[in-house]
Design a protein around this ligand. Structure first.
Ligand SMILES: *Cc1c(COP(=O)(O)O)cnc(C)c1O
Length: 376
């Protein structure tokens, strides 16, 4: 029976022509929302040195492990708090804002997707850089939002004047990914100030490794949303927690969209662990200090090996070598069990992105690179 069904299905989909099998579109296909999905970095199954998705090499704050241990599975019987109040209040306290200014979601990807849905609802194109987090284009396509992508300058910096024109909204990360470059707060403020008729989203996934945050501007501009995440500096990518901070009016619109989609985005375990992570400021700052120290040491090593790289202010390095093809090097590293990220594409075909791991992981990377360069 199953065999027969499969046969008839195949007959529907494929027709043998003189040039071989070709696809025949079924009627329902016309009404399906199709999108080319975001491709996440590889999560290798076997033991590897994983420097490809900007995770933190250190464990989360010790309070997170304690919270997990004390967790009562009985509590999972009930729905979690739809307002995620405990986490919202902890974050509000940490950043000296009011709880009405904080929105939490399942990783900043969820928060950003909700922001696209809520704020980018114009017929005018939204603006984001030509080289940036590749998810922006995916969400724009998914929600059918028109977009334009002003080019970063030759050094991969944002050209702020390109954002001084009519638009349906603006989004960029600071520091930018995968370039790792931080724009001074003045540049960010100029973009926000020139766009008071649209919403400007600053994606600060890596801000804790860099400089001043646009959170300083939150009370001055009611068109600004700052998005951050627990996935990088807070070592909790697996827990999926992100948040947006902005004026209470924008946060209310975000919540309206969320409650129209899924009231319980934040699970009980994430809420408890998230609160513990925010409480431990000292541990958080120490972890960042260690990563920055390793990053600056890694820059010196890269320089010695003849690599070119941007002035990273994130927990990753964007590197290129004048003598070696980036894709070949990426593949040689992978063969060796060292995972970094490579995209290819017009302006960045000779670049790889390397997450800053522990000193030991980076030593292993450099030991391989030294051998690779000597051999050729
Ligand atoms: C990692 C990253 C995110 C998403 O992180 P989540 O794990 O979903 O919180 C968002 N924006 C940028 C630029 C990132 O690099």
């Amino acid at each position: 029976m199953l065999f027969l069904n499969l046969k008839s299905l195949q007959k529907n989909i494929f027709k043998e022509g003189s040039k071989g099998a070709f696809l025949v579109m079924r009627e329902f296909e016309k009404n399906i929302r199709k999108v080319k999905p975001y491709v996440p970095g590889e999560q290798p199954r076997q033991k590897a040195i994983k420097l490809n998705t900007n995770e933190n090499p250190y464990p989360p704050a010790p309070g997170v492990a304690r919270a997990l241990k004390d967790m009562d599975a009985e509590s999972f019987r009930l729905y979690p708090d739809p307002e995620a109040s405990a986490l919202v209040e902890e974050l509000a306290g940490y950043y000296h804002v009011r709880p009405e200014q904080v929105f939490v979601g399942v990783g900043s990807d969820d928060v950003l997707a909700m922001c696209f849905l809520t704020f980018f609802n114009s017929k005018k194109p939204i603006l984001f850089p030509d080289i940036t987090y590749s998810f922006y284009e995916v969400w724009a396509e998914l929600y059918r939002i028109p977009y334009e992508r002003p080019a970063l300058d030759a050094e991969f910096h944002l050209v702020k004047e390109d954002y001084y024109r009519e638009n349906g909204g603006v989004i960029f990360p600071n520091p930018n990914a995968p370039t790792a470059l931080y724009e001074e707060l003045g540049v960010v403020e100029d973009i926000v100030a020139h766009n008071q008729d649209s919403i400007v989203i600053v994606d600060e996934a890596y801000i804790d490794f860099a400089g001043r945050s646009a959170l300083e501007l939150i009370d001055k501009y009611d068109n600004l949303i700052v998005v951050q995440t627990f996935s990088k500096a807070r070592s909790m990518a697996g827990m999926r927690i992100g948040y947006a901070i902005g004026g209470p009016v924008l946060i209310r619109y975000l919540n309206d969209a969320k409650y129209s989609f899924n009231s319980y985005t934040m699970n009980q375990a994430s809420l408890l662990c998230g609160v513990e992570a925010v409480k431990d400021k000292e541990y958080f700052e120490e972890g960042i200090r260690k990563i920055i120290e390793t990053r600056e040491w890694a820059k010196r090593e890269l320089k010695e090996l003849g690599f070119h790289f941007t002035a990273s202010q994130a927990n990753f390095l964007f590197v290129s070598h004048p003598a070696y093809d980036a894709r070949e090097l990426f593949e040689a590293l992978r063969e060796e069990g060292i995972y970094v990220r490579y995209w290819g594409g017009r302006r960045i075909s000779q670049y790889m992105r390397i997450t800053v791991g522990t000193r030991e992981e980076m030593e292993a990377l450099f030991s391989f690179l030294r051998g690779y360069i000597m051999e050729r």
